[in-house]
Ligand binder design. Structure first.
Ligand SMILES: C[S@@+](CC[C@H](N)C(=O)[O-])C[C@H]1O[C@@H](n2cnc3c(N)ncnc32)[C@H](O)[C@@H]1O
Length: 340
């Protein structure tokens, strides 16, 4: 028996942002889930709406009419096919040192990557969203920097993807917490599926409240991919559980929200280590602010050198620095630049 209906609008071109949003708004009321994505290598566009009741053709046509000559297809979707098809639509992806694929993936698995099998389902986190991908890239960058992490925590774990990434990348046990029961169940299933049942412990936790999280603090690496407002609200709790030389990877915020999220963490004695930006989204990696005995930030290396050099020695350093700059320019001209 069919329990799901779809409305599919195919456009033989990539619509302008505003037009696309108007079409999505017109179709959204007809279902419970809407996806809107490019097809045919970006040459065309598809909007799909899925709902539990059959949409009336007359009402769908009426909703689209003010926007132009559009004709959407309305069809029943057999439930089993729907799950399989939605997963087929998700190709495998690489993000930094990680490769993530669904159970439908039949291609080769790269030997030089950390591989996870994660299906789209009831929990968020297949790696395709910029907020997750940004965290995976930030973790890759932290690992590249050579810093060692022994006790990571993942808050808002969803499918468990970031907890798994930290467990494999740093070869340590990880705690993952989520305030959603379905996510906790899915993350536990995924941990078992990916051979990480022992290494990754998934807990039901609202923010950092779970007793097991509080008793195991401090953590030296925390990932929190939740929205900007919860990040801001949770900033004092994060500061309490983050270890002295720890790093926190904050995600789920738009570029326009960076300032507020950072300010909330600065107020807790944290400061920006580095940031990554993916489309409109931003990932902030913060660390504990280093204070001198007087409570001030230590002077940067550059200014220390400047202050302690006078006369001849300063002139020598300047001459050396100029030579180095010339050498760097030559290298940059000869080699492709590194991505940050
Ligand atoms: C954007 S998803 C991130 C999932 C996954 N970590 C990823 O990076 O793809 C946010 C997750 O945070 C959870 N969440 C939201 N607010 C939370 C809170 N206050 N405490 C714990 N989990 C929370 C949601 O249930 C959801 O699973």
């Amino acid at each position: 028996m069919t329990s799901l209906w779809s409305i599919i609008l195919e456009l033989p071109y990539k619509p302008a942002e505003e037009d696309r949003q108007r079409l999505e708004l017109a179709l959204e009321p007809f279902g419970e889930a809407l996806s809107s994505f490019e097809v045919d290598d970006g040459k065309a566009w598809k909007i799909e709406v899925f709902g539990e009741s059959k949409p009336a053709r007359r009402l769908v046509d009426a909703a689209l009419k003010p926007l132009g000559k559009f004709k959407a297809a309305i069809a029943p979707v057999p439930e089993k096919d729907w799950v399989a098809e939605s997963q087929k639509g998700l190709p495998a992806l690489s993000a930094g040192p990680f490769f993530i694929h669904g159970s439908h993936h039949t291609g080769r698995l790269p030997k030089n990557k950390i591989v996870f099998e994660i299906d789209a389902g009831m929990a968020f986190g297949t790696g395709r969203h910029e907020t997750t991908r940004g965290c995976l890239l930030a973790l890759g960058r932290l690992a590249e920097s050579g810093q060692k992490f022994r006790k990571p925590l993942d808050i808002g774990t969803g499918t468990g993807i970031l907890a798994f990434a930290m467990a494999r990348l740093f070869k340590v046990p990880v705690i993952g917490g989520d305030n959603d029961k379905d996510s906790v169940r899915v993350a536990r299933e995924n941990a078992a599926l990916n051979g990480l049942k022992r290494e990754v412990k998934i807990l039901l936790s609202d923010g950092y409240r779970a007793a097991a999280i509080r008793s195991q603090a401090p953590f030296d690496l925390v990932c929190a991919n939740i929205l900007a407002n919860p990040l801001i609200e949770l900033a004092p709790s994060l500061a309490k559980v983050l270890g002295r030389n720890g790093r926190a990877v904050l995600s789920g915020l738009l570029r326009s929200q960076e300032k507020d999220v950072l300010a909330a963490h600065e107020a807790q004695g944290l400061e920006l280590d580095f940031r990554l930006r993916l489309k409109d989204w931003s990932v902030l990696v913060v660390k504990r602010r280093v204070k001198t005995a007087a409570g001030k930030k230590p002077a940067s290396k550059k200014s220390v050198v400047k202050k302690s050099m006078t006369g001849k020695s300063a002139a020598k350093v300047k001459a050396k620095a100029t030579k180095r700059k010339v050498a760097q320019k030559k290298t940059a001209a000869g080699k492709p630049g590194r991505r940050s």
